[in-house]
Design a protein around this ligand. Sequence first.
Ligand code: MLT
Length: 266
Amino acid sequence: MKVNVHGVELFCEDNGSGYPVLFVHGFPLTGDMWSDTVQRLGGGYRTIVPDLRGMGRSGVDGHVTMAEYADDLDSLLASADIHKQVAVVGLSMGGYIALEFFRRHRNRVGALGLIDTRAAPDTEEGAKNRERTAALVRENGPGVVADSMIEKIFAPEAPAALRDKWHGIMAGMDKQGTAAALVAMAYRPDSRPTLAAIDVPTLVVVGEHDAITPLAEARILHDGIKGSVLEIIPGAGHVPPVEQPDRFTGVLRSFLEGVRGQTLAA
Ligand code: MLT
């Protein structure tokens, strides 16, 4: 479906019925990174998988913030007539957005999945680098980001066909949307103070070979969020749902089964 949200048309896949799970993709990817997960998850779930503004099949706005991404998701849920609590599962930038969503729309969150992400903000130098990259992308297109990300996102054993496929997707992204996301990430809030306030069931996942948000970042999330579960996915880098779909979905499914069971029992 396409939904007009705050002046932009957002593309969103909405399938199945049951406990709602909102999947938030990473940068510079699309909702398709969750396709294998959604296919394998099984019955009992309604899966809501948007392309964030500026990415994939969604409309573009040249400027965005983490708060706007989060508010888009809230409006998207309202458009889909979902008023009960959902599990929010975000990978990397999608995790930054999930944490912002928790701060801004706490009453909507029944559970969190924080996948290959971190709580800390960019350093000053990191933010400047993002600004420089955003300027390059506006001028020359997203190729520069696709070339650098493809070197880092997959575990060494990832097949060439997978690399080629995702390089193509990243290189085909809209340049204004890609640049806007870089700037949004550069100025994202520090989520470390939020961790102690998270009082919903939380799953933290990291790929064994994640070079972008490594195990140490996952441990900060796990140590900071009371009662959270930490799972390491063998044979995966930064995007376990794409690299190790069976292992990743197995971990997510057992977490969601627990959450759904508690919700039904309540
Ligand atoms: C992502 O995968 O969403 C990005 O690598 C996150 C980042 O650059 O901080």
